[in-house]
Structure formats: C-alpha cells, structure tokens
Design a binder for this molecule. Structure first.
Ligand code: ATP
Length: 221
C-alpha cells in the first residue's frame, strides 16, 4: 500500500525575473512501513519536496496524497489537524515551545490531540535519545544537539503514520547519529511507520530500504 503519493508535483520559485524549478513533475510513491532516505546535491529540491509532503508549502501544480487523503488545497485549519494526527515532522529549526519544559514539549502534540500518551513507549524514546536528565529543563537550557533530540522525541511520541525529517541528525556526532537512525528504523519496523528522511550522511542512507536520489528537482532513482 502506498502511504505517500505525489502526482506531477511541481514547485516554481519566482526570484525577480527568473524562475527556479525546485521540483519538476515529481511522481513519487512511498510504501507503508518503509525507511526512505532522500539524497542529492545542495539545491536539488530535497527540502522543497519534504515541505510539500508535510503540507508546509503549497505546490505550483500537482498533488500530494497522504494515507489516501489529498492534502493539496486543504484549508489551513484542516491541514494542521491532519498534520497533527498523521505526520511527525522533524524540522531543521527545532520549533520547541519555549514556555514548556522538555517533557511537556515531547508530549505536546499528543496532548493537543486529546490522546493518551503511551508512557512506556515515550520512556523508551527518552532513554534512547538520552533526555532523561533534562526533562524538567526548558529549551533555552539545552544545546542545539539536545534540542534536536527533543524534536525527534516529540515527532515519535505521537506515533504518526508518517515521519518526515530534514537532516534529523545534522548537528549530532556520528555515534549519536547512528543511534538515532537506529531508533527511527526500529519505529518503522515496530509501529509500521513510514519514514522519509533527508540525509547527506551515506552511512545513514545505507540503513534505508530505499534511497531516493534527487537532481535538479527530479527523482533519479
Ligand atoms: N523560498 C524560496 N524562494 C526562492 N527559492 C527557493 C526557496 N526555497 C528553495 N528555493 C530554491 O529551490 C531550489 C531547491 O532548494 P531546496 O532547499 O529544496 O534544496 P535542497 O536539496 O534541500 O538543498 P540543501 O541540501 O542545500 O538543503 C534551490 O535552487 C533553492 O535556491
């Protein structure tokens, strides 16, 4: 079953008189419960693609379907509810809530949705991400790498069917990157989640079931 599908997905950025074709007629299907790495040179369209899959930006043309629902053209409110229920997005800038402590940040999306937190699972995530000692702290007290780990924990805690990640281990050392990639892989296998992760790290890409290679806004598998 395909959990993600794009049809003729195109994004053109206008820059003065010139146009940048960041995505060029991308037709991508991603199967449920798979780990997908997106690789490609700088400027090839990876972040633009992830933003479109997460409904964070609107395509110039084409559509995105997630779990059978066409999200393209959805109203903002509808889209943010859909996103909260179905998607875990790990941003490059962590977007933690400054007035909530680390634990509250991690369970925030689940709380917002009025769902029960799976405490045992959240504890495992916290343990793997080495956040146990920091749960009562506030985001400003954490380093960039620690904040990144909180953002990953937050995305996983809600057990979304799709996890979108843009360089989730970008500011971490190689051992921590491997551990976190291992945890993400475990989530894919255990909870049948689907992961689409941009990475420049070829070691991490090797853990993936599929490597999607982008070049000039197109997929070159
Ligand atoms: N908001 C924007 N306005 C104008 N051009 C943009 C915008 N966002 C992206 N672009 C352009 O679209 C192209 C694709 O950018 P994108 O960020 O998707 O690449 P990327 O593969 O993620 O690169 P990197 O690996 O460096 O993060 C680039 O040429 C970029 O300059």
């Amino acid at each position: 079953m395909n959990v993600i599908e794009t049809q003729h997905l195109t994004k053109i950025f206008k820059d003065g008189a010139s146009e940048i074709h960041a995505l060029n007629d991308v037709n991508l299907t991603i199967e449920k419960s798979t780990f997908n790495a997106v690789v490609g040179t700088s400027g090839s369209g990876k972040t633009t693609l992830i933003n479109m899959l997460g409904g964070l930006d609107t395509p110039t043309s084409g559509t995105v379907t997630i779990d059978g629902t066409v999200i393209t053209g959805m109203k903002d409110r509808e889209l943010s509810i859909f996103r909260r229920k179905k998607l875990g997005i790990i941003f490059q800038n962590y977007n933690l809530v400054p007035t909530l402590n680390i634990y509250e940040n991690i369970v925030f999306p689940v709380d917002l949705d009025g769902r029960r937190v799976d405490k045992a699972f959240v504890e495992e995530v916290i343990h793997t991400l080495h956040l146990k000692e920091r749960l009562g702290d506030y985001p400003y007290q954490l380093s960039g790498g620690q904040q990144q780990r909180v953002a990953i924990a937050r995305a996983l805690a809600a057990k979304p069917s799709v996890i979108l990640a843009d360089e989730p281990t970008g500011s971490l050392d190689s051992k921590n990157s491997q551990n976190i990639a291992g945890l993400l892989k475990e989530c894919v296998d255990t909870f049948k989640q689907t992961l689409v992760m941009i990475t420049h790290n070829l070691e991490l890409a090797q853990l993936a079931d599929r490597v999607v290679r982008m070049e000039d806004g197109r997929i070159q598998e």
